[in-house]
Write a protein of this length. Structure first.
Length: 370
């Protein structure tokens, strides 16, 4: 007689065998907050909640598939994914579509893609593979080669121009190099060189990028232009007070003062409705997410998996820090979404690829120990 219950139980256990439930619970909590905020931000116009729920479903299926791949198989994707990303970035430079003054999209006939998103995962994957390969013979030249591998996609993305994505890709690569043992004296030297090169970098910036930095210093210098985003976002955050105005009651949101309110500036919508207490709760969720990721990284059995897990985890921190800093008026305005909160399919898939990789590293480590 067929043991139906036993078969179903074994099937279910196999289905969830590579899911890290603490990580999933934290991520789902942030997504739940994000979905409710997207609903509030778009309730007066083009409602996006069903579309975002669909994006989340697709992203979680991809996460599940990636989590089942052992880290050894992930290593095989490092070089092909990096090379593909570079080729596509060059193709964008040559054949890309220019939208709002930036050439970031590559047309494929039936659709268009943004290749820079690939590098958010390909970059740390490639560098983690590289340092794993030379783990026993690491010398300064290996750090220099790694820096060159990082500089090429960073420069191609910044040239589009897409400073926000370039910063995320650059940060992901830097975290791998840092965790691989980059000496502090080199880091200090790099910061000194960057400070000395600041005037040159300023001269190389586009006009709109320089204007964003100047507006950061004094948003009121252009209140209806470049300063509008920052002024309206900070008004929304400040008007939330200690406990907020309540769900669906944000006046800045529903009177259409907040720009890009369901994407890059969703934190302003959330802050107005839930206030300081809500922001504290959201920060706790992000701290738990980062903490869980660092625990997974610290317990990883190989250099490759430790570097990859650490870089992905701090990548989440970079996403949140840049977005919240931008919306709060302490950083220049760049196109960086709030992770697992902002509306959008491409960024969500990239983020869940990272979650899937963390789950893969953690659950396969547990299987090895057994």
């Amino acid at each position: 007689m067929i043991d139906v219950v036993g078969t179903l139980r074994r099937g279910w256990l196999n289905l969830i065998s590579h899911i890290d439930f603490p990580l999933l619970l934290i991520t789902m909590s942030i997504m739940g907050v994000g979905l409710a905020t997207v609903h509030s931000a778009t309730i007066d116009g083009n409602q996006r909640i069903l579309s975002q729920a669909g994006n989340m479903g697709v992203a979680m299926v991809i996460m599940w598939f990636v989590a089942r791949l052992p880290p050894q198989k992930l290593m095989r994707f490092a070089i092909p994914l990096y090379v593909l990303g570079i080729i596509l970035l060059i193709a964008v430079f040559l054949f890309g579509i220019k939208i709002n003054g930036a050439k970031r999209w590559l047309p494929l006939g039936f659709t268009r893609i943004q290749p820079s998103e690939i590098m958010k995962i390909a970059m740390p994957l490639m560098l983690a593979w590289y340092f794993q390969k030379y783990e026993s013979t690491l010398k300064f030249k290996h750090y220099a080669i790694a820096a060159l591998l990082l500089f090429v996609p960073f420069a191609l993305i910044a040239k589009q121009p897409d400073l926000g994505t370039a910063l995320l890709v650059g940060a992901a690569g830097f975290y791998v190099i840092f965790f691989a043992g980059l000496p502090w004296k080199v880091i200090v030297g790099l910061f000194a060189i960057a400070a000395a090169a600041a005037p040159l970098l300023w001269s190389m910036m586009h006009d709109y990028q320089r204007k964003r930095i100047l507006t950061l210093i004094d948003p009121t210098s252009d209140p209806l232009g470049a300063g509008y985003h920052i002024i309206q976002a900070t008004i929304a955050i400040g008007s939330g007070g200690p406990i907020g105005k309540g769900y669906l009651n944000g006046t800045q949101t529903h009177l259409e003062f907040i720009p890009e309110k369901h994407t890059d500036f969703i934190f302003a919508v959330y802050s107005e409705e839930w206030g300081l207490m809500g922001n504290a709760l959201l920060l706790v969720l992000y701290i738990l997410l980062i903490g869980r990721g660092l625990i997974i990284a610290s317990g990883a059995p190989t250099l490759f998996s430790r570097l990859l897990a650490g870089a992905i985890t701090l990548g989440f921190f970079t996403y949140a820090f840049i977005n919240m800093g931008m919306v709060s008026g302490i950083l220049p305005v760049v196109g960086v979404p709030l992770p697992f909160m902002s509306y959008g399919g491409t960024a969500l898939v990239t983020l869940f690829l990272g979650i899937g990789i963390l789950m893969s590293i953690h659950t396969h480590r547990m299987l090895v120990k057994k």
